[in-house]
Design a protein around this ligand. Sequence first.
Ligand SMILES: [Zn+2]
Length: 392
Amino acid sequence: MSVLITGIGELTTNDDELGVLTDAAVVLDGARVAWAGPARHAPAAGERIDVDGRAVLPGWVDSHTHLVFAGDRTAEFTARMAGEPYRAGGIAVTVAATRAASDATLAAALRQHVAEALAQGTTYLETKTGYGLTVPDEARAAKLAAAQVDEVTFLGAHLVPPGVPADDYVDLVRGPMLDAVAPHVRWADVFCETGVFDADQSRAVLTAAARRGLGLRVHGNQLGPGPGVALAVELGAASVDHCTYLSGTDLDALAGSDTVATLLPACDLSTRQPLPPARALLDAGVTVALATNCNPGSSYTSSMAFCVATAVLQMRMSVAEAVRAATWGGARALRRDVGPDAVGVLRPGARADVHVLNAPSITHLAYRPGVPLTWAVWRAGARVRGTTHSIW
Ligand SMILES: [Zn+2]
């Protein structure tokens, strides 16, 4: 049945022609947007919902999470807040807990995290493997993720397991592990960082993945300057994620590329790193995405609204830039910004992923930080129950 959402005080479409509309309406027909425009021109529909002046925007597109995990790293977080530095090796704690968990335990935890994100307006979600680090454990994570999330990324190159020679592990990742995981994933990713995987090891994994037809993503320049951004641009990766420490060369390389810079400010805050240079990236013409990096070690939040508020309050992005980065930017980072699968945009033909705020404008996302503003959500045309201010 078609649904007319009308009385929209401010409609953010992310469509170049439609732009931002006031006194607007949207019609959903099944899983697609059928129409968007001024309320006075809206066609009739089977059901009519008046949102009484509230703001409407596309659902959040969270293009970077690590949600197939078990266990808890509260103690590590507490130590970090007391002054301990963040170390990538903490990942091994989650690897041990994840390997020990049953399929049912992992699936239930994943379901809970996906539901938590959806209740906050996240309607399109990417997640990664990377807490298995053996062939069977990575294949299991990929299968469990593919059953519940929109996009799955193979991150066997997340950490060299303790006791395994690094080059042997790289050969395992780019050989038997990639073979086992490839049927379940669309993307491959590497943690390219000092002390984890260097440029040559990262390139070896990514080129093998590209030969298997997988799209590429890179974790780069998170904990210090490094080769991640240059490698992502060299290999035509869809996205390079973190980008906390960028040189002028990195900025120029990104500006001349189709690679999205995906910024993860909740992670930088939780690891007491500086925030990424969003303003310099945007001013250079780089496409920027915002994502949560939800994971139990360095960024345990599913709140895209928190990332948007941080981007505005502390990274000098405008509200419009931050909201676009958290919707359209994420879609672009996943190459889902165009075509019949388009998300992060509200125009006829796009997926009916709609987020209604209990506020008159998107400005309230930064003006009222920390306040749960999600009022109603549709995902692929289906109403989501259990949102904070659910009207259903
Ligand atoms: Zn990550």
